[in-house]
Design a protein around this ligand. Structure first.
Ligand SMILES: Cc1cc2nc3c(=O)[nH]c(=O)nc-3n(C[C@H](O)[C@H](O)[C@H](O)COP(=O)(O)OP(=O)(O)OC[C@H]3O[C@@H](n4cnc5c(N)ncnc54)[C@H](O)[C@@H]3O)c2cc1C
Length: 433
């Protein structure tokens, strides 16, 4: 059976669902094709032992592109920002994390000279214009500043925690510093009910605007017919014909779906991409653990620990939800991360071991499909959303477009793809049928 629509969206994660909601609101007929049994992709949360567990630690960047798009779709985005004060884990010892003048003064993490330098740096960086640093790696930029070792390690920590990137020699300083500024101010929010509330909210917005969702529908190929219509074929041999297509999958999957010039264009644009990966541990603990802090970040090890349930409503109140993560360097395996997590937990959370009611260790999660590389000119070096070689074909996701990292990149590119298809190249199916 063949279905005809204005817009077919391949991939029903937050990018695809958002693109469908925005396109349907513009009066276009639209279908989302999702291979899994449920939509939501990496933004789905699991319910276990009375707790809501995201796929690793998730925080919504405030006032960025994702926040704006989600608000425009009517999502309430309830939750709270985590405390910025916490502990730093260095050489197996906990210290005050310098998050403000008081913690900077009292911490034993830095020397007096490093404290002075950090204080100056933190004041300046908020207003720093990083736009000229697109082609410079974070490491090159930091080399030029010749910071004290402790100050430099702290800058790298702030970049890791805001971008998930642990590749200072590769990431564009522009992308890293801009993301760090967003993380410092206006900051982030942990969401009540977890990121599943985003999936449910965007899905509802899409369906209420008339978009359709097909789950268990794996796109196998996308080809242009002789009438200039795109034919998306499933693994069962079903066909959706569309005036335009938005591919909201991984770059590897997108390349495999295409043929000819479009495939070549995308293959070339993504050949040198470096994925951002993390090892994660999700834990639900019955109440009673003694927390030395709700946040601990590694200085000499790329580690993260945060008690998300201290800021967001993630259970009926009887359970603590904690996320622990290791930011992985390109190509690094997270198999050995679990021991590091346990050592950090032992230091921060007294009595945690006997209170575990749910745990999930995920050694290699893809947080973002492409690091914004200095060698490609940072964010501007990412492909799309329009494919130059194929009219009516668009891509969207965390690896697409010139705005934002993580979910900001996803939803900025989804919105940009919809704007382009509505304004410029829209082929109404009726015109070609
Ligand atoms: C551990 C971790 C922590 C994170 N923390 C944050 C954070 O703090 N802040 C933040 O902003 N972001 C964070 N992210 C990133 C955020 O989760 C993602 O950017 C976002 O969920 C990606 O959405 P997406 O729709 O682009 O991709 P996905 O969620 O990967 O969705 C793609 C969808 O396409 C489907 N698909 C693929 N191929 C096909 C095909 N051929 N046919 C049909 N369907 C197909 C897949 O099944 C999937 O559902 C984190 C991610 C991870 C893994």
């Amino acid at each position: 059976m063949t279905q005809f629509v204005d817009v077919a969206v391949v991939g029903g994660g937050l990018t695809g669902l958002t693109a469908a909601a925005l396109a349907a609101r513009r009066g276009l007929s639209c279908v989302v094709l999702e291979r899994s049994a449920e939509a939501g992709g990496r933004a789905r949360s699991q319910h276990e032992a009375g707790a809501v567990l995201n796929l690793g630690p998730h925080a919504l960047y405030l006032e960025g592109p994702a926040h704006r798009v989600l608000r425009s779709l009517g999502l309430p985005l309830k939750g709270r920002s985590p405390q910025s004060s916490g502990l730093a884990w260095n050489a197996g010892t906990l210290h005050h994390l310098p998050a403000g003048p008081v913690t900077l003064a009292v911490t034993c993490l830095l020397t007096a000279r490093e404290k002075l330098e950090t204080a100056k740096w933190l004041t300046r960086i908020q207003r720093f214009d990083a736009s000229a640093l697109a082609h410079v790696s974070l490491a090159q930029w930091l080399d030029g500043l010749a910071l004290q070792p402790g100050t430099r390690a702290l800058v790298e920590l702030l970049v890791r925690v805001s971008s998930y990137a642990h590749a200072p020699h590769l990431i564009s300083a522009q992308a890293a510093l801009t993301q760090m500024q967003r993380g410092l101010k206006p900051g982030v929010r942990y969401l009540d009910g977890g990121w599943q509330t985003l999936v449910d909210g965007v899905r509802r917005a899409a369906l209420e605007s008339g978009a359709k969702l097909r789950v268990g529908w794996r796109a196998q190929s996308i080809r242009e017919s002789e009438h200039g219509v795109w034919r998306v074929c499933s693994h069962h041999g079903e066909v959706v014909e569309a005036g335009q297509v938005i591919i909201a999958s991984s770059p590897g999957e997108a390349v495999n779906l295409l043929e000819g010039a479009a495939r070549h264009e995308l293959e070339t644009a993504t050949a040198d991409r470096v994925a951002v990966q993390a090892a994660c541990l999700n834990l639900a603990l019955t109440k009673g653990t003694r927390w030395r802090s709700t946040l601990a970040l590694g200085l000499d090890e790329p580690l993260y620990l945060s008690l998300h349930s201290a800021s967001a409503h993630l259970s009926d109140g009887a359970v603590d939800v904690v996320h622990v993560a290791q930011y992985l360097a390109p190509g690094e395996s997270g198999a050995g991360a679990r021991q590091r997590f346990d050592a950090l937990l032992d230091a921060v959370a007294q009595g945690w071991r006997s209170r575990v009611v749910a745990e999930r260790f995920m050694p290699n999660l893809t947080v973002a499909h492409a690091l914004p590389l200095a060698s490609r000119g940072g964010l501007a070096g990412r492909p799309g959303p329009a494919l130059k070689s194929a009219r009516g074909l668009f891509i969207a996701g965390d690896w697409v477009g010139s705005d934002g990292l993580l979910l900001d990149g996803c939803l900025a590119s989804a919105a940009a793809a919809v704007e382009l298809l509505v304004k410029g190249t829209h082929i109404s199916y009726e015109k070609v049928a």
